[in-house]
Write a protein that binds this ligand. Structure first.
Ligand code: PEP
Length: 250
């Protein structure tokens, strides 16, 4: 853990207009002018707020990431956004493969291509993996995670490996208030690290836990040996709750 800097990332999903996003920034920066020593913090606003939030936070040490990216650099892809566009908007990273995107049609092949496109464009990537309740109850979680991690990292250029973080997010824990137990989170994150070690330096890889993280459970989860921070949805919308989760990473 000593060589891995924890990351707490807030995924705002389809929440916050530009004024609301800027209001969050004001309140959050007032409460926490910069990340606590030894912790990285990111926010992932929806696309319209990406540039305004990046502008607002550019003199801080917070980083700003998109929630999705397309694999092509440009072209006839109505509604999509490319990695260079995200970078030009002032963001330095992106989520890839969030389960809500996968449920909307993002394939394993696209996840791999998007990890590659984003990292090649100098963006940091938080690649999300995680099993459904059905998969967990069938005792197939490890195999599922092995497949997602293996396919997701398949096209990654070795020189880019330090740009990648993986978030383990069990689908049954996302937005449900049902959080993985510490044993479940530790076991799955350790497995993700083990499988990812075929592609990257596993000892240096950051693996986050995501799924109903709150100020009450964040400290225990982020203290687990293979959990290097959190990807936070609902609780990241509130500056006070998000700041308390960040503090729990110290
Ligand atoms: C997420 O959106 O990645 C997430 C983990 O959501 P929540 O914290 O609301 O469960």
């Amino acid at each position: 853990m000593a060589s891995r800097i924890p990351l707490v990332a807030g995924n705002w999903k389809m929440h916050k207009t530009i004024p609301e996003a800027l209001e969050f920034c004001e309140a959050f920066v007032e409460q926490m002018p910069s990340p606590p020593a030894g912790v990285e913090v990111a926010v992932c606003p929806p696309f319209p707020a990406l540039h305004p939030v990046a502008q607002r936070l550019r003199r801080t040490k917070y980083w700003v990431a998109a929630q999705a990216v397309h694999e092509s650099l440009s072209g006839a892809h109505t509604g999509e956004v490319s990695a260079p566009m995200i970078g030009a908007a002032g963001a330095t990273g992106t989520l890839v493969g969030h389960s809500e995107r996968r449920a909307a049609g993002e394939t394993d092949t696209q996840v791999a291509e998007r990890v590659k496109a984003a990292t090649d464009a100098d963006l940091r990537v938080i690649m999300c993996v995680g099993e459904s309740l059905e998969v967990r109850e069938a005792g197939e979680t490890d195999g599922w995670l092995t497949a997602q991690v293996t396919s997701g990292l398949a096209l990654l250029d070795h020189a880019r490996e330090q740009q990648v973080t993986i978030a383990y997010e069990p689908i049954w824990a996302i937005g449900t208030g049902v959080v993985a137990t510490p044993d479940q989170a530790q076991e799955a994150c350790a497995h993700v690290r083990l499988v990812a070690s075929n592609f990257v330096d596993g000892a240096r890889l950051r693996v986050l836990y995501g799924g109903s993280v709150s100020p009450d459970n964040a400290g225990e989860l982020m203290a687990l040996p293979d959990v290097d921070g959190a990807l936070v949805g609902g609780a990241s919308l509130d500056p006070d709750k998000f700041a308390r989760i960040v503090e729990a990473a110290t």
